[in-house]
Design a binder for this molecule. Structure first.
Ligand SMILES: Nc1ncnc2c1ncn2[C@@H]1O[C@H](COP(=O)(O)OP(=O)(O)O)[C@@H](O)[C@H]1O
Ligand code: SF4
Ligand SMILES: [Mg+2]
Length: 335
């Protein structure tokens, strides 16, 4: 965390699903983190850990049958209690989101100009022509020099990378202070991924944006973020400054993710894997959610859920964090 007062504070966020004629189930158990102006936090974890739902809760985009618990505060205001003008201001000006698959979020039968000018016309009272004038220099800034031509095109005429840049323009055009990016490069090919990530990184620095970067890619997150929050089965299990994560990790799951990064071992060597499969929050047993896959689980772990507690320059949710220190590289077979 930087010394600045947080712009976003998420406190013990939980998300429960209440499907009709079925038992309720918990999809996010306990997520707490804060984000200062200009800071980038990487929310990292395996598929199904609850990263997308957590980010969607921040902009009130949860499925209809999902109910949040805990609080999400933006600039000191409880986001889930906002309504009327304050809600419009929050969603139309202050916060914006970029999704994994831009095609799923852009109406295929409307021109990109129609789509991109919408927030300025609806929330800022500009005419379509004024909105286009404002968009063209922004498009140039993010590597789309022929803005007027692109605005006349339709989504199917653009590549995935170009469309994701358009989504970035859509997110930035209202001048938000908080940007949520949910796996923004996962659906793109490798070279395009690099370009789109570089644009995001540049824009967040230039605009002093608070960025929540949601990804399964720990290496990418540590490269572009100030801090990392590791999520497992709907719970934040560790937080650290990105630069300190490798040497300072204290949670066995974080250690497993770090060890499983490609390129670390000898050429041709098999990558270490975390045994078992990722679990969703509602599938985890009593006690520590990571216990079924953890090489260091003992009776206490299976009985009591460890809370996220302050630990050095971050936080960790593991009963045995203090005693494990040097042992974390052992695998389940060796333990
Ligand atoms: N609309 C939904 N209805 C039922 N379950 C859902 C819904 N959205 C997500 N889930 C479940 O919630 C869990 C967390 O999902 P998600 O936040 O998308 O994970 P992640 O982004 O980390 O891959 C998963 O088990 C997923 O199947
Ligand atoms: S609390 Fe126990 S089971 Fe959970 S991560 Fe720590 S050592 Fe492993
Ligand atoms: Mg997701």
């Amino acid at each position: 965390m930087t010394d600045l007062a947080p712009l976003l504070r998420v406190d013990h966020l939980g998300i429960d699903l209440h499907p009709r004629r079925q038992e309720p189930r918990t999809l996010v158990h306990d997520a707490s983190f804060a984000l200062a102006p200009g800071e980038a936090l990487g929310l990292v974890g395996e598929s199904g850990s609850g990263k997308s739902l957590t980010s969607r809760a921040i902009i009130r985009l949860l499925p209809r049958d999902a109910r949040p618990r805990g609080t999400v505060a933006f600039d000191g205001q409880d986001v889930h209690a906002l309504h009327g003008d304050r809600l419009t201001r929050y969603l139309g000006h202050d916060a914006a989101m970029i999704f994994q698959n831009p095609r799923a979020h852009i109406n295929p039968v409307r021109s990109l100009g129609d789509f991109l000018t919408e927030p300025l016309v609806c929330h800022h009272g500009l005419s379509r022509a004024e909105a286009r004038e404002r968009l063209v220099p922004l498009l140039a800034e993010i590597g789309i020099p022929d803005g007027p031509r692109r605005l006349a095109q339709y989504p199917h005429q653009l590549s995935g990378g170009l469309l994701q840049r358009m989504m970035i323009a859509f997110a930035l055009v209202t001048g938000p202070r908080l940007l949520l990016a949910d796996e923004p490069t996962t659906a793109l090919d490798v070279t395009t991924q690099r370009d789109v990530m570089a644009i995001l990184d540049e824009q967040r620095h230039e605009r002093h944006l608070a960025l929540l970067f949601v990804t399964h890619d720990l290496a990418l997150a540590t490269a572009v973020c100030d801090r990392i929050a590791v999520m497992y089965a709907g719970t934040i299990v560790e937080q650290r400054p990105a630069a300190a994560l490798h040497s300072g990790r204290r949670h066995p799951y974080t250690a497993g993710l770090l060890a499983a990064r490609p390129g670390l071992g000898a050429p041709g060597a098999r990558l270490p894997v975390i045994p078992g499969r990722p679990a969703a929050a509602h599938e985890t047993p009593e006690g520590c959610p990571f216990a079924p896959r953890c090489a260091f689980a003992e009776d206490r772990c299976r009985a009591e859920r460890p809370p996220l507690r302050p630990d050095g320059d971050g936080g960790v949710a593991c009963h045995r964090a203090d005693e494990l220190a040097g042992d974390l590289d052992r695998t389940k077979e060796e333990a």
